[in-house]
Design a protein around this ligand. Structure first.
Ligand code: T1G
Length: 692
């Protein structure tokens, strides 16, 4: 069956693109469209052409999976666009769902565009590390002007058809049946001559200042990225050069961006995020329950943040504390968070009241008896959690999901105190829970498929990126960050200054290095974990340089001083006393400090994550290397254009990673060594596992 069906409506030829699920521009689609245009060209009774998407959307863009194809085999979107641009009869793009990337470029090459009001139109290519490569950089600014065109291409965010109509990007909004409206529009414009061609228009507002401002802004918004600057260059060409010049330059710059490690990283994460939602053994038929009410135990920072996620999507929450004062404080924080958002104009005060009305405070856990899900978010102590789950087991209705927000503790042990282990799961939110998108979904040994599937669906509903992980100390993210922290402290012991270690990860694109992050999270948290682990393992009390800093009462930003000093701007400033403390520590340990170059520090830290990630994969705690990448990008600020730690290792070459790990005294995980020896990548490991 052709990917583009041709049907006649009297004097109008309708080309329906049929490539589910999103009508991406896959091989077969350009051929079908060109054939349709040839049909229309050859038949004088056809006065105009309508191009529409079958199913739920117009064309959602080039088929990203074809980016690695040899150029001659890749779908000819540019050729199709050129044919449309030169076509001698009126063409009308009929848009519903999304017209994104190549989809919008296809529409821009048509004579006209009509759309249903709720359709979305955009050029999101920058989010994949590329740029509009089929005329978008030249046509969009010719329709909406330089500033708006730059804003749309650099943000990559779509606009609604109603706004597109105001901008002239859409010629008519169709209220009823889209096809009917498009055919009528085509018929009404069948004799329009000369045909409107965007390529013949000029760009409004393309002053040098506009492009200079854009170049300035991307230094902050897209630090270290390639494609945004290429987009600005091309938009400037659209404003200052003939169309053909910009059109040809666009093809060259597109290839340059597409072949960059940054684009490979962003494309990797695009698919990895979607893959992470697929759980072997679960299918669309796995029964799920509809979560219509939530109970949260603990109104502290985490409990309050978690509650907001439910309130934001209209799910009522009962939040329980043990003391009225703690309850009042918790509610006050939630209200203030919403009011701050309202002050920024991102919601109205009416929205604030609507959300707060869904929140019921309580001092009594019995009030959670009817909740569909209950999430415990109290002090990170196993005995406290066990006590709570014992009570919940007696209170919660049958079938209620009992979730713990623990960040490291054994969910199997927590489940063991209930008579319903199949309903117990870990939902590890990241602080601030109302902001961070990552949700580690901790599958305990007895967690039922239905509870797991319901939790995955809930993650999507509350706009989180849910990744399933197994039970171990720290699950995936925190287990890796502990190793990363060990390595960071070791690099300082050997001679580096904390600020240089942080700079080595800032250079990789992380907004915060290990010590900036520790100071923000609170040094006492890591300190307590190290003390606890030493006690459990019967090891001597830890006495590292960082432990000594904590023992001076310097707990990080929250005490105004940690590894660094902080003024009201919270900008970290090195402290001479701490430098001296570290020097004294090294002397006591008989360490002669050596210079450690930034490149060594970056590799040791990044590879400490990769090595622990390889162990996590071997143990089955994470299903895929791609899942680990999703966790690190959405939970720990790893730059998406690097694709995550595992993708970064693939780019560096696993054999090089093994060599560098051995050089700095880290023992490569067996899986990492095996893949390196076989000349494979983590991506290949994931693909082979998916095929198994
Ligand atoms: N190419 C290939 N596969 C795609 C795809 C695409 N463009 N878009 C989606 N998919 C797959 C996706 O992997 C998933 O697969 C399924 O479709 C459903 O997607 C030349 C170079 C359209 C808003 O960046 O933003 O055009 O997991 O789960 O939540 O200038 O998909 O089912 O196997 O995301 O309803 C520009 C990317 C490309 C749009 C729908 N276009 N897609 O969201 O479904 S570059 C984009 C999206 C380009 C030209 C340039 C979303 C969506 P599976 P989904 P959704």
């Amino acid at each position: 069956m052709s990917m583009v069906d041709q049907t006649r409506q009297d004097d109008i030829l309708v080309l329906s693109i049929n490539n589910p699920p999103v009508n991406a521009f896959s091989p077969g689609v350009p051929e079908g469209l060109k054939a349709g245009l040839d049909t229309a060209q050859a038949d004088d009774t056809i006065r105009a052409v309508v191009i529409i998407g079958s199913g739920r959307t117009f064309v959602a863009g080039a088929d990203i999976k074809t980016f690695n194809m040899p150029r001659e085999q890749a779908p000819d979107l540019r050729g199709t666009v050129e044919k449309l641009d030169q076509f001698s009869k009126p063409t009308v793009a009929a848009i519903h769902g999304t017209a994104l990337g190549g989809g919008l470029e296809l529409a821009l090459a048509c004579s006209y565009r009509v759309a249903v009001p709720e359709a979305q139109l955009g050029l999101p290519e920058v989010k994949l590390g590329v740029l509009p490569g089929a005329g978008g950089t030249q046509r969009l600014p010719r329709v909406v002007g330089a500033a708006k065109g730059l804003e749309m291409m650099l943000s990559g965010n779509p606009i609604r058809a109603t706004e597109a109509r105001e901008l002239g990007l859409v010629d008519e909004l169709v209220q009823g049946d889209l096809l009917e409206g498009a055919v009528a529009f085509a018929r009404a414009h069948a004799d329009a001559r000369p045909l409107p061609r965007i390529s013949e228009r000029s760009v409004e507002g393309g002053s040098p200042e506009v492009f200079a401002a854009a170049r300035e802004s991307i230094k902050k918004t897209h630090r270290g990225q390639l494609s945004p600057s290429l987009i600005v260059d091309l938009a400037e060409m659209a404003a200052t050069q003939p169309f053909q010049t910009g059109w040809e330059a666009e093809a060259v710059k597109f290839m340059q961006a597409k072949d960059s490690p940054q684009s490979r990283g962003l494309r990797h994460i695009f698919f990895a995020e979607r893959e992470s939602a697929k759980i072997p053994g679960l299918s669309k038929d796995t029964p799920t329950t509809d979560i219509r009410s939530a109970g949260i135990i603990g109104a502290g920072t985490m409990g309050g943040g978690i509650a907001m996620n439910f309130l934001n999507v209209g799910i009522p929450v009962t939040i329980v504390e043990t003391q009225q004062e703690a309850l009042d404080r918790g509610l006050g924080v939630i209200r203030r968070n919403y009011e701050n958002t309202a002050k920024k104009g991102r919601m109205t005060m009416e929205d604030v009241e609507k959300r707060m009305a869904l929140l019921t405070p309580s001092l009594n856990m019995e009030d959670l008896a009817d909740a569909d899900i209950i999430i415990e978010a109290v002090f990170e102590n196993m005995d406290v959690k066990k006590e709570i789950f014992t009570k919940l087991d007696a209170i919660a209705k049958p079938g209620a999901i009992l979730a713990t927000n623990t960040s490291t503790l054994d969910v199997n042990e927590i489940a063991s105190v209930t008579g319903r282990a199949e309903n117990v799961i870990g939902l590890h939110f990241f602080s601030p829970a109302n902001v961070m998108k990552l949700l580690e979904i901790v599958r305990a040994d007895k967690t039922s498929d239905s509870v797991l599937a319901t939790s995955m669906a809930l993650a999507k509903k509350i706009k989180k990126v849910g990744v399933v992980v197994g039970v171990c100390d720290g699950f995936v993210g925190n287990r890796m960050i502990h190793r990363y922290g060990d390595e960071a402290r070791k690099i300082v012991e050997e001679g580096a200054a904390p600020q240089d270690v942080d700079a080595s990860m800032n250079a990789l694109g992380l907004p915060m290095g290990p010590f900036q992050m520790s100071d923000m999270a609170g040094l006492d948290i890591g300190y307590a974990i190290r003390q606890h682990q030493a006690k459990v393992l019967g090891q001597p009390k830890p006495d590292g340089w960082l432990d000594r800093i904590v023992e001076r009462g310097r707990k990080g930003q929250k005490t105004g001083a940690g590894i660094y000093d902080y003024d009201e701007s919270r900008k970290p400033r090195p402290n001479a006393e701490m430098t001296e403390l570290i020097d004294t520590y090294r002397a006591e340990k008989g360490i002669t400090p050596r210079e450690i170059l930034q490149e060594e520090s970056t590799k040791r830290l990044a590879y400490s994550l990769v090595n622990e990630g390889a162990k996590i994969l071997e143990e089955g705690i994470a299903q895929r290397a791609g899942d680990i990448d999703v966790i690190y990008i959405y939970g720990y600020g790893f730059p998406a254009y690097r694709g995550g730690p595992m993708q970064y290792a693939d780019e560096m070459g696993l054999q090089n990673v093994v060599t560098d790990l051995e050089k700095c005294g880290q023992t490569p995980a067996p899986l990492l060594s095996r893949l390196a020896q076989e000349g494979k990548t983590f991506a290949q490991y994931d693909a082979e596992k998916a095929r198994a």
